[in-house]
Design a protein around this ligand. Structure first.
Ligand code: NAP
Length: 295
């Protein structure tokens, strides 16, 4: 038997199917898990929090939903019976310096964390999570493209903007499916790698030369790259799937005016493959907790 989390007390507040997988994994490692805002199964060591002020004191780690909280302080908890606020008095009960896991901290949570001295760990920023999550993201993006396009992926002219963790996986998938795949990147090293993969490299500064007959554009760059000026060179028949985190990298208003179908597609791993996304999260959280415990 490998290292375990026996004796470790962990709270999970809100979340979705991904956190249910995390709870299963932590329970299998022997942790004591207190849960609120999620319908949990009867598992060893798992209890539902009834009196948060009392039960949260003494926890050694806190797991928040991947999207954290909204601007009003509401935890993301689509499976709960009703809304759940991240109560400031609960946070006063937890020891400073315990790890607090979240996918990505939006400004409101970042501000609370600074105020309350919370040690936030943003799992989606870790390479091991981002690279593995790029697999369901790429599959989900292709699924959307298949639903939106009147032609097959095979043989279609596709453009991927960005060759980071998501862009690289998606480009390879499109190439393997037989799309004529162009990939826009800035770094000469990335352009060389794109060539090596038998895909078509597009230096970002020359983007406007490649746009006129593209059928599908996937954006992974988290800044405004599909500006009105660029969109004017895109065919109105083209479809844009913007994967970058909100607000995306597309001028959606300009796209609408120009008659180009453009959609922002956030949170694909949790939507298209919640169990895989949960397993990725469970793997990294349990590894980090074992490190915390020195096991
Ligand atoms: P990443 O590894 O950091 O890749 C980002 C890419 O954007 C890099 O190739 C980077 O190029 C490029 N880039 C950044 N600024 C640029 C600019 N001004 N001009 C041209 N290129 C620029 O990030 P990632 O993990 O692939 O994630 C990409 C985005 O997708 C993020 O917003 C992330 O939150 C989001 N995401 C969404 C989903 C979903 O389900 N929709 C899933 C996962 C991630 P350089 O290396 O040259 O800087």
């Amino acid at each position: 038997m490998g290292p375990d989390l026996r004796g470790m007390s962990i709270a999970v507040l809100g979340g979705d199917a991904r956190e249910l997988v995390v709870i299963e994994k932590l329970s299998s490692l022997g942790a004591l898990i207190k849960v609120m805002g999620l319908p949990v199964k009867d598992l060893p060591g798992v209890t539902v929090i009834r009196n948060p002020e009392e039960e949260l004191s003494g926890i050694q780690a806190l797991i928040l939903p991947v999207p954290g909280i909204d601007d009003n302080g509401c935890l993301y908890c689509p499976l709960a019976a009703g809304p759940l606020n991240l109560n400031m008095e609960w946070l006063d009960r937890i020891q400073p310096n315990i790890p607090v896991f979240v996918g990505l901290a939006k400004p409101k949570l970042a501000q609370i964390a600074a105020q309350k001295n919370l040690r936030l760990i943003e799992t989606m920023k870790l390479d091991e999570v981002a690279i593995l999550n790029s697999i369901p993201t790429a599959e989900g993006a292709v699924q959307m493209a298949m639903e939106m396009l009147p032609v097959t992926i095979h043989g279609c002219k596709a453009l991927v903007l960005g060759f980071g963790r998501t862009g690289a996986t998606l480009s390879r998938l499109l190439g393997a499916m037989g799309a004529r795949t162009m990939v826009a990147a800035r770094r000469p090293g990335y352009l060389a790698r794109i060539t090596e993969l038998n895909l078509i490299p597009v230096p970002f500064y020359k983007l406007d030369e490649y746009l006129y007959d593209i059928e599908i554009i996937f954006n992974t760059v988290p800044v405004l790259v599909l500006t009105e000026e660029i969109l004017r060179k895109v065919s109105p028949e083209a479809v844009i799937i913007d994967l970058a985190s909100a607000p995306g990298g597309t001028d959606f208003r300009a796209a609408e005016v120009l008659g180009i179908k453009a959609v922002l597609a956030p949170g694909l791993p949790g939507k298209v493959a919640p169990r895989t996304a949960g397993m990725i999260l469970a793997q990294v959280i349990s590894r980090l907790l074992l490190e915390e415990m020195g096991r």
